[in-house]
Design a protein around this ligand. Sequence first.
Ligand code: NDP
Ligand code: MG
Length: 329
Amino acid sequence: MKMYGKADVDTAALEGKKIAIIGYGSQGRAHASNLKDSGHNVVVGLREGSGSQAAAENDGHTVQTPVDAASDAALVALLTPDTTQAAVYKEIEGHLAEGAALLFAHGFNIHFGQIEPRADLDVVMIAPKGPGDLVRRQYLAGQGVPSLVAIAEDKTGTALSRALAYADGIGGTRAGVIETTFKEETETDLFGEQAVLCGGATELVVKGFETLVEAGYQPEVAYYECMHELKLIVDLLHEGGLKKMHEFISDTALWGDHISGPRVVDDSAKARMKDVLTDIQDGTFAREWIAENEAGMPEFKKRSAEDLAHPIEEVGTRLRSQMPWLNQD
Ligand code: NDP
Ligand code: MG
């Protein structure tokens, strides 16, 4: 494993050079603002009539069209949704400076061949391992979200130094930047969000809630147990791993963990995790997701609406309104 830190950064690699951030959403906003606060020359690229323009301007950024922002930039970060990047790239390709660096925060479009960058470009990735909001908040607090760096193409000999200077500008080197490949980042990122972080965790919460409610317990009590309290456990894991959780939960809870955890998430669940990974590795997931996009995302919209119509959402909305200190937006 190779991890880069502050000492590996050549700040001159991007100093005074134009950095274009295309898209001002979760990651775009955090990267653009952190880079600007780190003293870099940042321009934000947004399409005509973009809903994010006001936010970018309020944050003190210069906003141009994606084409104008990308023209003459030493580094162009494509931070629009993954499903839109191929079209955005097509639009800006003819305007990119010779030898510019094209930067991604996730490897999907390069790994699955949705974008084939021009032959003279460096193609790099800085993937923060956390949502954009955290990338910004931790930067402001003098901290940083750990990140991954990958180089797909190094045509200029400066791909790595430019990528690390970018990672440094967004605060990533404070926590460490681990070297990976587009393939490893893409496959592990998709697996993590599907099996554990988003898909796995929400199904565990919802199925636990349903089990209690169907057994006749109050939905409000089930909500506290299965959703609200999850944060406390996740914080312990995040801060100190299994050891810290063991120290902070009761012996009864830990005994129940040993006895019942493996009954719920057993070897058959692990075998299905392996199936999920296989679909990612052999391109099945990517093919289906690209087809879903091309069809206008009917299944995506249907399933998202079903998630939000679940009774746990109604109960949760009511209970969270008692806790205005929760950052609900
Ligand atoms: P967002 O969905 O937050 O991006 C929204 C931004 O993209 C808005 O500024 C939006 O502007 C713009 N945009 C949307 N569609 C288009 C389009 N067709 N053309 C031009 N601009 C468009 O993206 P994320 O920040 O979630 O993701 C960006 C990248 O970062 C992805 O590669 C993702 O995988 C990666 N990533 C994301 C993480 C996260 O936590 N979200 C974590 C790590 C990596 P408008 O107002 O015009 O729609
Ligand atoms: Mg779900």
